[in-house]
Design a protein around this ligand. Structure first.
Ligand code: PEP
Length: 256
């Protein structure tokens, strides 16, 4: 079963850049021609969101890379979903493997974050994916299902309109080691099948599933041709304007 949603590409700038490099990147993105039917979202570091917001072309939607799990208050260093909505930042990336691994975010915590962000009007790119050890032990689908189940537990069926699932095998993130189109397709198909059984057939066909992990201008075309790949979440290559635009335009190879 192929996904029916519009192709969606996110650029996760992570903790990279400074005023000069981000100003240049925005200029490069604004110069790029996006000639495919695609939703494009960029996620600068939190501090730079307002600096990107006014100069960036309206075809790029803005995302934060994280937000807090509940209402704001005495949570030093955090930013709440309400603050993002108030600042007109419509998207947030949640559950990135770097936050799961480095900041100790559990499946349940990520599930609660997704629910709270949606309740406050945000759309979410919710990341899941297995480590190398988990892939090698044949646990890929189990890990993805477990991580997704924790989100399913917190959402109603209607909430899924506000969620894009980003499947990002941890071993492929920032390593230059991309999943083969067949590996990615197989896992995406498994994720969609899980969504059909855990939520509904309707949600499974509509929910968009991005692949993330060393996507670049050279490998995006073959990945985009896969029937269950509905977009990309891009790290390193999203910092290079023309490469990111090429990745966005690979949407035209997705004919499903
Ligand atoms: C990411 O961190 O979301 C990511 C996919 O990174 P990269 O493209 O650099 O592997």
């Amino acid at each position: 079963m192929a996904g029916t949603g519009k192709f969606v590409v996110g650029g996760n700038w992570k903790c990279n850049g400074n005023t000069a490099s981000i100003t240049q990147l925005v200029k490069d993105l604004n110069k790029g021609e996006i000639d495919a039917d695609v939703d494009v979202i960029v996620a600068p570091p939190m501090l730079y969101l307002p600096k990107v917001q006014s100069p960036i072309d309206r075809q790029f939607k803005l995302s934060a890379q994280n937000c807090w799990v509940s209402e704001g208050g005495a949570f030093t260093g955090e930013v709440s979903a309400e603050m993002l909505a108030d600042a007109n930042v419509p998207w947030v990336i949640l559950g990135h493997s770097e936050r799961r691994a480095l900041c100790g975010e559990s499946d349940e915590f990520v599930g609660k974050k997704v629910a709270y962000a949606i309740k406050n009007g945000l759309s979410v790119m919710a990341c899941i994916g297995e480590t190398l050890q988990e892939r090698e032990s044949g646990a890929t689908q189990d890990v993805c299902r477990r991580q997704l189940q924790a989100i399913v537990n917190e959402l109603s069926a209607g909430d899924w309109e506000k969620v894009v699932i980003a499947y990002e095998p941890v071993w492929a993130i920032g390593t230059g080691k991309v999943a083969t189109p067949e590996q990615a397709q197989e896992t995406h198909a498994g994720i969609r099948a899980f969504m059909a059984s855990a939520v509904s057939q309707d949600v499974a066909s509509k929910v968009r599933i991005q692949y993330g992990g060393s996507v670049n201008a050279g490998n995006c075309e073959e990945l985009a041709k896969q029937e269950d790949i509905d977009g990309f979440l891009v790290g390193g290559a999203s910092l290079i304007g023309d490469a990111f635009i090429t990745i966005c335009n690979s949407a035209k190879y997705n004919t499903y």
